[in-house]
Design a protein around this ligand. Sequence first.
Ligand code: PNS
Length: 168
Amino acid sequence: MGVVVYPGSFDPVTVGHMDLIRRAAGIFDQVIVGILVNSEKKSPLFSLEERVIMLKDACRNMENVSVESFDGLLIDFVRAKGSKTIIRGLRELMDFEMELQMAQVNRVASGGIETLFLPTDPRFSNVSSSVVREYARYGVSLPDFVPGNVLLAMEKKGILKSTKQEDQ
Ligand code: PNS
């Protein structure tokens, strides 16, 4: 079904993102994960380079998935990759409002690039990068929210407390 771009900030990539990438890879011939070089966020948890490395590592076993970064408009990146389709996950109604607007603007501004939505698996509906970042600010990691390699990267950053500690 062609090439699809899955864009995001991925700061950091979560298990919800990984589920979506896996499902998109089962539908499309090729999935290009586009990591936004986001200048807006003042204090990202991970640098762009770290995010690229972590995502490449997390996707290493998926043959039809590649990981790249992009700056500027998403529709320009999608065009440059020879794609006409964007994929995004929807967790809840609140996501939908923003996503609908983005999809509509991107379609009109590009003259036809479509956005497709996949509903998030209910197991991951409360998983978000912003919650991971918020906990990390207090030195606490959320092991169930991120892939193993991200957890290790967080430990290397000194984010050592885990919400799993009481269980051990
Ligand atoms: O993971 P996020 O932060 O929700 O992803 C948002 C993203 C990267 C998809 C969005 O901010 C984006 O596409 N930014 C690139 C700039 C752009 O094209 N903006 C116009 C959106 S209507």
